[in-house]
Every structure is written in C-alpha cells, then in structure tokens.
Design a protein around this ligand. Sequence first.
Ligand code: ATP
Length: 362
Amino acid sequence: MSETIVSIRNVTKSFPGGVKAVDNVSFDIAQNEFFALLGPSGCGKTTLLRMISGLETPTAGQIVIGGEDMALTPPNKRPTNMVFQSYAVFPHMTVADNVAYGLKVTGVPRDETKRRVAEALEMVKLTALADRKPDQMSGGQRQRVALARALVKRPKVLLLDEPLSALDAKLRDEMRLELTRLQENVGITFIIVTHDQDEALSMASRIAVMDRGAVRQIATPSELYEHPSSRFVADFIGKVNLIEAQVISNTAGALVCEVKGLGRLELPTASPAAGTIAIAVRPEKLKIGTSEPLAANVIKTRGKVRDVAYYGDTSHVVVAVDNGPDLSVNVQNESRLGGAGVERGQEVWLHWSPNDTLVLTE
Ligand code: ATP
C-alpha cells in the first residue's frame, strides 16, 4: 500500500455530559484511498471526520496528516477540505463565482483563479453551466458545485459528510459512480462518512465499520462481506442469517457444533471458538428446493415457507426450520414467474456448503 496520509492515533472525543463519541480509535489511511467511515446513527463517524478537518478537537490522542501533527493547526490551514451534507453553496452567485470564492478570499491571483475554476468545473462536468445560479440547478448539479468548491482548493484529503443523502435514489446511484470516477481522476484521498452500507460497499476501497465510538473492523468491501469479524459487522454489512450454536469440539480446524433444529454441524474454521458462538450464512448462499438435496457434504434441513417477498430480479424467501431458526434465502428469479417457485406454507428443503458458513465468536 502507498504512503500514509492520515494517521489517527488513540483518538478519543468526549462531549460535556459524559458522551464518549469516539473512544480510543487508531488507524491509518493511505494516499489515494477512497476510505469510508460507516456505522449506525450516533456511532461517532461524523465526530471523527470533524476532528480530521479540525472542526472538533480530540479530547485525547493525535491526528497526523501528511506527517504533521495537526493539534495546533486550525481547519483552514489543514491540507483537507470538507463537503457538507447540505452542500453550502451561495444561491445568489453563479456556479463559477461559487467555485472561485474560496480562492478569492485567500488572495489567489485572478489568472490563476480563473484557470483553477475552469479545471475544477471540468472535473465535475459543469463547464457548460458555469454562469448558472445554483437555484436554477438540480440537486445532483448543486452537489457537484459543492464538490468543485472543495476541489479547487487542491486539498490532499477531501472529507465528505453523507454527500449523497439529500439526493433521490436514482440520482444517488449515478453520483456514486461519478464520485468513484472523480476520485480516480483527481488522485486525492477521499474520506466519506455514511450510514448506508451499499454506498460504502460500492464506492470505498476500504471501510472502517464503527459502533458506539469504536472501530469494529477495517477492511475492503469484499473482505468485510465475506469475512466479518463479529456479529455486529456481519449483521450491519448486507443481510445475514445469524444462528446461535454450541461448540461440541474444536480440533485441527474442524469445529463440531450443535444448532437447534439443524443438529450437529461440522465446519472448517481456524477460529479457537468454544462455548456459545454464532454461525452466519448469507441468504444468497442458501439453496432451496422441494426435494431432499442429493449433494454430499452439505448442511441440509427441512422447513416450511413462511414468507415470499418478490423484488423483480430476486425473491426473498423466509423458511421456518422445524424446531429451529427462521432462515432467509435469496433466490434469483430467472423465469418470468419469479417467486422461487415456492409458496407460503409449502414444505421445502434448504442446503448450503459448510465452506459458506462463518464462525463468529465476538
Ligand atoms: P449520525 O449519522 O446520526 O450523524 P454519527 O455516527 O455521525 O451519527 P456523531 O454525530 O459523531 O455520530 O455523534 C456521536 C455521539 O456524540 C452521539 O451520541 C451524539 O449525540 C454525540 N454528540 C455529537 N456532537 C455532540 C456535541 N456537540 N455535544 C454533545 N454530544 C454530541
């Protein structure tokens, strides 16, 4: 991985009244990463972003950017720039003047300002709208103005606080692709705060999953999805069947556990799991059928269809296992009829591979 640009070292932020918004967090972000801080509301992600920008001061710990401790550096002297959720743009100024504003106030010469504004507008594909006013623009375009305003300052790190949350669903999808493309083209580090796992998974090169002030796991999107380190992460990233299990034995990488309704399962794992654990299996890894599966070395069980929800390309089927857990199954609807060919109340078989079963001890 390339050089570290942002280093968060044992950072804690307590607010008056005893709220520890961020609790002893440490990690590094490399140059050129598209890094996401992801977590449920109140987990501390915005506070962490604001400390990187200098808008909040850590109660303890250090924030180092580009090799320099930022403790005494005010926000406007940091090599960072923030794009706010509400895209703070001036409604009475043209797009070009909005973008130029930050350079004018810091005394950048006119010619250079003009050149840099043109460059920034080009980056966000707004050259043709340079003379418009923001109130004559769509939400997505206004957001690009806010991005251009931040990029024109040439920050080393661009901080984005829920940048897509004010957009409707279709525009949000488009902007996700645009932000990823933009980050690749401008080659600067992006740090984005979001509570939307799809957003983080689709855009970020790495994600820090936060929970109650702490970082629970930092990994690439696929690592987080395929190898979550805890129930919290497994549950927060994507959909998952979390099933309680009792470990019977765990030797030489083979774990035998007992699950209510499913009986004894043997799972390959390197985990030193013992006692009560959770096993997790993603809904798309489960196969559903009306007859007993013939495949060897699979985990299989019978149950009754409790619900079928049709989503066009997929259907989501919930199966109540006899004396056991409810299991969710995602089925690709390859025929026009969809619905997995099963109906509520029907007896079905489920099976999946032990290799697709995660063992979670935390
Ligand atoms: P959201 O997605 O809802 O913005 P978040 O994960 O970004 O949530 P933060 O805004 O960082 O969370 O807040 C973390 C915790 O710190 C919350 O419990 C919040 O109420 C508290 N908090 C944030 N700012 C302040 C403040 N200025 N004074 C007191 N408490 C605060």
